[in-house]
Design a protein around this ligand. Structure first.
Ligand code: NAI
Length: 246
């Protein structure tokens, strides 16, 4: 039996980078996957990659900062697949601006996508898991930036710190409903967000392990947290960062 056989997952920000890799890995492991993103073109690529594997999937345009979009994603998931077992809150945006260069508008935009987007996902995702599956796993994507500071990107750090602590609070609240909630903390991973494969990331020299991480390194961690192998793991932080925060 595959590790996610008979499970239904929603993955946000699945058009690119880490979310795309998670969606493909989850489908390979037997899950039916609802892939969502604001980037419709990228989403089509993910959708087609899953179809090619023979997986079952739905792609939906979805801005995680919008409550109405969440309601639609949840109701379509229920209509098409009948239930929800796994939610990966992965979508996020980054700003590398320091304090002086960050406007309040930019600060608020980052909180609305990264923090409120995760909050809304947990709120509506937990409701559908409770109603249809009776147990499940929510995986929130924080960051090394949710654990330690770095120069600049104060607004991004604020959002990822919030994701980390919201995860713990929700884990305590939802344990009685048999819903596990954990956070993943990637280090520097080769995606568009980090500047890709250039290897020229500002934190590069602070990572003990040689080289940057790859999206699949995070996807394997998410697969563990999504599967029943982690059935007693909740409120935890899975750090996958080549030793950056060690
Ligand atoms: P990425 O930029 O490659 O992918 C992010 C995806 O989120 C994109 O497809 C984008 O269209 C989507 N997105 C952006 N705003 C959205 C919105 N409002 N609603 C729905 N989708 C939206 O980034 P990457 O690297 O794959 O990041 C995935 C997660 O991992 C993020 O939460 C990020 O903060 C986190 N992370 C990434 C690290 C890295 O080095 N790449 C390091 C630490 C954390």
């Amino acid at each position: 039996m595959k590790r996610l056989e008979n499970k239904v997952a929603i993955i946000t920000g699945a058009a690119n980078g880490i979310g795309k890799e998670e969606a493909i890995l989850f489908a390979e492991n037997g899950a039916k996957v609802v892939v969502t993103d604001i980037d419709e073109e990228g989403l089509l690529d993910t959708f087609e990659a899953i179809k090619k594997l023979g997986g079952q999937t739905i792609g939906m345009k979805h801005d995680v900062s919008k409550e109405a979009d969440w309601r639609e994603v949840i109701s379509r998931t229920e209509a098409e697949f009948g239930k929800l077992d796994i939610l990966v809150n992965n979508a996020a945006i980054l700003s590398r601006n320091g304090l002086a260069d960050t406007s309040l508008e930019e600060f608020n935009r980052i909180q609305s996508v990264n923090t409120a987007g995760t909050f809304l996902g947990m709120k509506y995702g937990a409701e559908l898991i409770r109603k249809t599956s009776g147990k499940g796993s929510i995986i929130n994507t924080s960051s090394g930036s949710g654990l330690v500071g770095s120069p600049g990107s104060t607004a991004y750090h604020a959002s990822k710190g919030a994701v980390r602590i919201m995860t713990k609070s929700a884990a305590i609240e939802l344990a009685k409903s048999f819903i596990r909630v954990n956070s993943i903390h990637p280090g520097v991973i080769e995606t568009a967000m980090s500047g890709g494969k250039s290897g020229e990331h500002p934190l590069k020299d602070k990572i003990p392990w040689p080289g940057l991480g790859k999206p699949i390194d995070i996807a394997y961690g998410a697969l563990y947290l999504a599967s029943d192998e982690s059935r007693y793991v909740t409120g935890s932080e899975l750090i996958i960062d080549g030793g950056y925060t060690a």
